[in-house]
Design a binder for this molecule. Sequence first.
Ligand SMILES: Nc1ncnc2c1ncn2[C@@H]1O[C@H](COP(=O)(O)OP(=O)(O)O)[C@@H](O)[C@H]1O
Ligand SMILES: [Mg+2]
Length: 363
Amino acid sequence: MWLEQLSISNCRIIAQCELDLTPRANVFTGGNASGKSSLVEALVLLSRGRSWRTARPQELIRHGEDTLTVTGRIAGGAIHSSYPIGIARTGRETRIRINHADVRQQSELSSHLPLTVIHPDSVELITGPPAQRRALLDWIAFYRSADFHPLWKNGQRILRQRNACLRDPTQRYALGYWNEQLAQVIPEIQQQRQQALQALQETLQELAFPHAVVGRVGLVLGSGFPQGVLLEQDNLLRFFQRHEEQELRAGTSLYGPHRVELQILLENLPAARVASRGELKLLGVALLLAQSQAISPSAAKRGIIAIDDLASELDTDNQALLFQVLAQTGQQQIITGTRLPESAFIQGDTRLFHVEQGQFRPV
Ligand SMILES: Nc1ncnc2c1ncn2[C@@H]1O[C@H](COP(=O)(O)OP(=O)(O)O)[C@@H](O)[C@H]1O
Ligand SMILES: [Mg+2]
């Protein structure tokens, strides 16, 4: 699948734009503050319902306006040969539509637009807290298995309830019940994440990009428990009993799927500690490309890649490598930068746009 059309109104600096995209590379160039990241944020909003740049979605709404709208037309996707999807945000309110029908869940929109974004903060995938690394796997599981999202949501709900029991003495009587519930979902969530990891490892090796770094990478999935604890229901219940005092003192769940770490190693040492800045960037890009590939091997659900500020991510040699890899994957790409990539990298069917003050013009 791919996005054949994108319309944005009132997203940051962009007042209004309508873009016809190609299924291959779409390259946007423009000076600083011209609106390149605003475009990528609009796209991310459509896919994920939020932006990596802010925790407050209202910030995305263009100053002085009430409503931000992003709509896209999906081609070769799940429903018809081509159908619209859209999100509109007014203050804190969000309205989502898929193929002309109202939809309540953001996750439904996500399932129609499998977008992976690579941006200047992507190295935090490796150097930042574990949540982003779990998310790397969880998005793969989300797209590969219809069971994962309900399972994951249920896990979140159980943890919230269990934490309330650990915190509040008047609710403590229910702790045993929530222990059982948690012990039941843990092995299932872990299994889905294991499968996602396996898919990721396979695509990472297939991409062979960039070999000098990727060849030395190891990915190790933790369990969210001390080493050696078997993730089996009865065993987990006994573990919770043995650690009840400790968790009551903490007033929160100390073990479980929310504590799982995906270790990223370079030559068996944490990459965040041993890799150079350049290697970290390459590794971040390679992992995100592999994630996008792992989402689905089938064309109807093939992931779309957005790269914001390409040159700040990779030097010229590695940009050449990246374009080679992308040309082979056949994925749709939305790439921004202050300068055009060298002409040798530009694939024949690339569409070029110039960005200035939030306005877009085909070149
Ligand atoms: N909510 C908003 N409304 C209007 N303009 C905004 C808003 N948020 C940011 N901007 C402006 O948008 C511009 C940034 O655009 P951006 O897409 O980040 O540029 P680029 O990525 O091309 O450097 C800045 O001039 C910034 O002040
Ligand atoms: Mg930018």
